[in-house]
Design a binder for this molecule. Structure first.
Ligand code: ARG
Ligand code: ZN
Length: 420
């Protein structure tokens, strides 16, 4: 009996940290570069029969020849799929032998007992929500908390306004994290950013000086329902959790749901796709909330930043077209310098460019939407890594990832402040 209870407790604890026990047991992650139409056709087949799940790019609809593809293959299909690949002469690399182990290994830091918030570990939504309340309460002269709306499942969506009170309206830099649920390093970065603002307050550091002149409008987790689901049910969930009419598949890709050539290239009108554009533009409550907020504050918002993972890129408009943004050269220059600042710390290689040329054509994204609204500095950051851990970046890399990313964000903010 005692053993049974102990076993039960063990399972409860294990599933509390890694989601339902063993969901991805034995699944592999492969990387390859399709070269022929036959290769593409094969990938389409295995994707449509759900034997594989395409990670990078984010959907089979975005896969083309001569571009690298990362995908998960279910444990039951791994040997079949690999045999087929060999048969059609498509070489592949095994990035991960057992995905479940990678999921469990994200939590690779030794937890010390401490009363202060641990910015070097991943936090679930309950913890983040109470962190948001606490940090705003403790720093009334620097931070205020706003609720900008609610998620589909009725959770509050918060925005932290970070900046020194001056009595007059200040120009602002908007930054959201956690548009995509499984990209856990993104909310970790927004929390780190706010912590740095508090820590350096009054030190005359660059960030401290920026906060005299600017406000940062920070959404720590935008897609809250998806984030919760990625903790409790499926670590690799990307979309929102809204129910779809006439389909058993749940959710819309919030970054295909903005009013920027909505539902055209690089998005899907299939509710089962990970890049589903949704039934209507801004159908997602989370997207509507952030779009309304930005529209209502468009005269003060001078830059739009959105934080994702993975692939180590700094992207700017456009993603929905190959046409160049009117200030393309300025954006390219700024992205290059931001990336140089980032790399100066640990040498992490980053690339930069317009979304369409450096990633793929993809419509309905928040960065293009904000840009077309008139916010001429608009950037998407894709943080670490380049695929070794992918979405499952271990906690031991939170500190270095956040430290280096701070340099890029500060660089951009300082530039924007000097070019108002
Ligand atoms: N990985 C991001 C996504 O697919 C990239 C976003 C780039 N911007 C864009 N508008 N597609 O959502
Ligand atoms: Zn993303």
């Amino acid at each position: 009996k005692i053993m049974e209870i102990l076993l039960f407790l063990g399972v409860v604890v294990a599933s509390a940290v890694s989601g339902p026990a063993g969901r991805y047991q034995g699944d592999r992650v492969l990387r390859l570069i399709p070269e022929t139409d036959q290769h593409l056709q094969f990938l389409r087949n295995v994707s449509h029969t759900r034997k594989v799940d395409i990670w990078q790019p984010h959907s089979i609809d975005l896969v083309t020849t001569d571009r690298s593809v990362d995908f998960r293959v279910g444990a039951n299909w791994a040997s079949d799929v690999q045999a087929e690949l060999e048969k059609i002469g498509l070489q592949y690399e095994i990035l991960t032998e057992n995905l479940q182990i990678l999921i469990e290994n994200q939590f690779d830091r030794i937890r010390t007992r401490s009363f202060s918030y641990d910015y070097e570990s991943y936090h679930n939504w309950d913890q983040i929500e109470s962190w948001i309340a606490t940090i705003a309460n403790k720093n009334p002269n620097l931070i205020s908390r706003l609720k900008i709306g609610q998620s589909y499942e009725g959770r509050d969506i918060y925005l932290l306004r970070v900046g020194k009170r001056t009595g007059s309206p200040k120009p602002a830099i908007f930054m959201d994290c956690g548009i995509h649920a499984r990209e856990w390093i993104s909310p970790a970065f927004c929390q780190w950013f706010v912590k740095e603002a508090v820590r350096t307050h009054g030190t005359d550091s660059l960030l401290d000086c920026l906060l005299n002149e600017l406000d940062f409008l920070v959404i720590p987790v935008l897609n809250v329902d998806g984030y919760v689901y990625s903790w409790t049910e499926d670590r690799l969930w990307r979309k929102t959790r809204s129910r779809n009419f006439n389909s058993v598949c749940v959710g819309t890709d919030p970054n295909r749901n903005f009013n920027a050539q909505w539902c055209a290239n690089g998005s899907s009108n299939n509710p089962c796709s990970d890049v589903y554009c949704g039934p209507l533009v801004e159908s997602e409550k989370e997207v509507k909330a952030v779009a309304d907020f930005i529209r209502n504050h468009s005269s003060i918002i001078k830059a739009y930043l959105t934080v994702h993972s993975y692939s180590q890129k700094c992207l700017f408009p456009y993603s929905y077209t190959y046409s160049l943004a009117y200030n393309h050269n300025e954006l390219a220059n700024l992205a290059q310098n931001a990336v140089l600042a980032l790399q100066s710390l640990y040498g992490t290689p980053y690339t930069f460019g317009s979304g369409s040329s450096s990633l793929y054509l993809a419509s309905g994204g928040s960065d293009d939407w904000a840009y077309d609204l008139g916010i001429k500095y608009s950037f998407t950051f894709e943080l670490r890594d380049t695929g070794k851990y992918g979405f499952l970046l271990p906690e031991s890399q939170i500190r270095s990832t956040c430290e280096e990313t701070m340099l890029a964000i500060n660089y951009i903010a300082n530039y924007v402040l000097n070019h108002l």
